[in-house]
Structure formats: C-alpha cells, structure tokens
Unconditional design. Structure first.
Length: 163
C-alpha cells in the first residue's frame, strides 16, 4: 500500500487537538508553522513538525501509538519521525524548556542547539490561536543549508508576514 505523502489541514488540527488535550506545551514548526504564521495553507506539506516539552516525550509517544502512529525514524533525543496511514508523517522534536522562556534541543553530535525566547510565538489559523515558531525563528531555521524549492517558497511567505 502506498504511503500517504501529504498531511492535510485536518491532520494538523487533529495533532494540535491531541497535544492540547494532553496538556503538552508545543510549537508547530516547519512548513505548517510557516502557513500558520501566514494564516492560510500555501503549499502541500509532507509532514507536520512539532517542537514540544521534552519532559512529555514518553507520554506523547504513547498517545501517538494509541492514535495509530508508528516510529519511522528514531533519532532520539534529537527527533522522532512517525507515520500513520490515516494522518501521514509527523516529525517531533523534544525541547528542554528553561524557566526564562529559552529552550534547547539536542543535536546529533551530542551537544545542544540553544533557542532564545523570541523564537517562540503563536498565530491565528482557522480561527484558532496556535503556538508556532516565530517569523524570526523560522528565518533562522531556514538557513545554514542548501534551500530546496519548498524552503524558498516558505521564505517568500515569511517575507510577507508581519511579526
């Protein structure tokens, strides 16, 4: 059976509801995060990227397993990509949240990425205020590598979003 190669707005809202009902602090990142900032879907998305409070990693994984997701790529503690036949791909990134609003994420080399508190925000999408990575954060996360067409698209969208 062919894999579901795109996540829909409905898949996104389902994941958001799951996170919120579980009481897990999160921010939507990646392409869906850009579209949340834009207030509308601007392109097709392969997956949903979620940065979340790492203290809830096991709780979140158990909820996702109950929801029909299976681990596709396990790069703990950096990221875990999951797949569901119904909802497609989900890429979760555990963040250690600090009391001052900053955060850090493990990197593959054994160190940490450090994030300032202004990289975390929210925006209204589909009439709902959703936590997401800020415009500033998205621009930082869309740098330091060879941009693909979808990344170039996202940057163009970000240029037209007010902070």
């Amino acid at each position: 059976m062919a894999r579901k190669e795109a996540t829909t707005k409905e898949d996104l809202m389902t994941v958001i509801d799951l996170l919120e009902n579980a009481g897990i602090t999160y921010w939507i990142d990646g392409g869906w995060g850009v579209d949340i900032l834009a207030g509308k879907q601007t392109r097709v998305h392969r997956d949903i990227d979620v940065n979340f409070d790492s203290k809830h990693t096991e709780k979140l994984l158990n909820l996702l397993f109950e929801f029909g997701y299976e681990v596709d790529t396990d790069w703990k503690p950096v990221r875990i990509e999951l797949y569901s036949e119904k909802h497609g791909y989900l890429d979760i990134h555990p963040f250690v949240l600090n009391k001052d609003g900053t955060a850090k994420q493990a990197n593959l080399e054994g160190g940490w990425y450090e994030f300032e508190k202004d990289l975390f925000g929210n925006a209204v999408f589909e009439g709902k205020t959703i936590p997401c990575i800020s415009v500033k954060g998205q621009k930082i996360f869309h740098s330091g590598y060879d941009l693909r067409d979808k990344d170039k698209h996202d940057i163009l969208i970000l240029e037209n979003v007010s902070e």
